[in-house]
Design a protein around this ligand. Structure first.
Ligand code: UP2
Length: 358
């Protein structure tokens, strides 16, 4: 059975639904009891309990063990009382699942053994089936049971960011091979992004059908592009991903770093919620995105190192800029930095809840 024709029904003993949660209401731009909060990278290296359960287990191996994924995903929900869980995985997991030879090297990030740069290489990007990622379905089944009314966010890397890892062979500052392909062979580039859009769509569908109640598409590196190039060379693939999951009716969040000039286009690609990094205040971001979308963000993750008074002041600034928004999900402007004191995160959640209680 392909991912596309899987029934979307849940088992007979249905877990309590997160539909009325503050997080999903904010995504739908409905009134909320308080501004919901979650953090990108809320699970992971900032938490001692994460470091403990990860001891001796390689990153990608940990993503393929449902019990461990469940435990790691729940850790920040228990500790910080965030309004949503994010499925513990990594953006390269679906590529690994279709047989791409890659690893996540500690201190470096994803490294691809044989980069994808020619038309012949495209054949290595086969379709993803739900069987390839059986552990995702199993982990999400367990998670939604335990989470009850707390929503679970599924996620995937967007075609451009995945292409950057595949073409460069690893993390890259300037994306020179990626851009060389994009500008130098537009047809091969379009075919590569379309292939990645198919894989990403299938991966998000698996997560939604297993019980994820929102999804976030991470286009982390797309801020490296000018708007005209984004519109021409990247937006069609990202739009294909968003439209492929539209019929499920779950909120679709779109996030990238350094995307101030692209915010309108990130929304236009088909997002219900646009994620904003710390470089653009939320009121200005709302003008750039236009009506009909919620925003997510945008405290600079480095502010969490500045001490309680500065954290409170910067939090108040973010909330003030968010005051007139149609919908606001509080988050950092990018992932939690690994050396962040987790207590600052717990206090931040409580502070946002207190300041915005209605
Ligand atoms: O700089 C680079 O290109 C490498 C980045 C890198 C990736 N996976 C990686 C690393 C190494 C590392 O973080 O040290 C490797 C990676 N992925 C992850 C972890 C756990 C952690 O951060 O402590 C780690 C570190 C592995 C370890 O514990 O040693 C898990 C992960 N990646 C991701 C997520 C989704 C999320 O952020 O909430 C999550 C789940 C977090 C959660 O459950 O709370 C997403 C991800 N992975 C990745 C990217 C690309 C861009 C970026 O990180 O800035 C992105 C998207 C993004 O954060 O913008 C690639």
């Amino acid at each position: 059975m392909s991912v596309n024709d899987r029934p979307s029904g849940r088992p007979a003993s249905q877990p309590p639904k997160p539909y009325e949660s503050a997080f999903l209401k904010a995504c739908r731009r409905e009134p909320v009891p308080h501004t919901p909060v979650w953090f990108m990278r809320q699970a992971g290296r900032s938490l001692p309990e994460y470091l403990k359960v990860r001891e001796g287990v390689a990153m990608l191996d940990s993503c393929m063990r449902p019990e461990l994924v469940k435990e790691i995903t729940l850790q920040p929900v228990r500790r910080h009382k965030v309004d949503a869980a994010i499925y513990f995985s990594d953006i390269v997991v679906p590529l690994k699942a279709i047989g791409i030879d890659l690893d996540i090297k500690p201190g470096i990030g994803p490294v691809v053994a044989e980069p994808i740069r020619t038309r012949a290489d495209l054949a290595r990007l086969r379709d993803l089936t739900s069987e390839d990622v059986w552990y995702v379905t199993e982990a999400i089944g367990m998670l939604t049971e335990e989470l009850g009314t707390t929503p679970l966010i599924g996620f995937a890397g967007a075609p451009f960011t995945l292409a950057s890892y595949l073409v460069e062979g690893g993390p890259s500052r300037n994306h020179e091979h990626t851009k060389a392909l994009m500008y130098g062979d537009p047809q091969l580039w379009a075919d590569l992004l379309d292939r990645l859009a198919e894989i990403t769509s299938a991966f998000l569908k698996v997560q939604i059908e297993a019980g994820a109640s929102a999804v976030q598409l991470f286009d982390s590196w797309v801020g490296a592009l000018a708007p005209a190039d984004y519109r021409r060379s990247v937006m069609p693939a990202s739009a294909k991903v968003f439209s492929s999951v539209a019929s499920y009716g779950v909120p679709r969040i779109h996030f990238g770093v350094g995307t101030g000039e692209l915010l309108g286009l990130l929304g236009e690609a088909g997002a219900d919620v646009v994620g904003v990094d710390w470089r653009v205040p939320l009121d200005e971001a709302a003008r750039r995105v236009g009506p009909g979308k919620a925003l997510q963000g945008n405290l600079d993750p480095a502010v969490l190192f500045a001490g309680p008074e500065a954290i409170e002041a910067k939090t108040a600034e973010v909330l003030a800029a968010a005051e007139g928004l149609e919908g606001h999900v509080f988050n950092l402007g990018h992932g939690v930095l690994p050396t962040t004191d987790p207590d600052t995160l717990t206090r931040l959640v409580a502070s946002v809840h207190e300041r915005t209680a209605r």
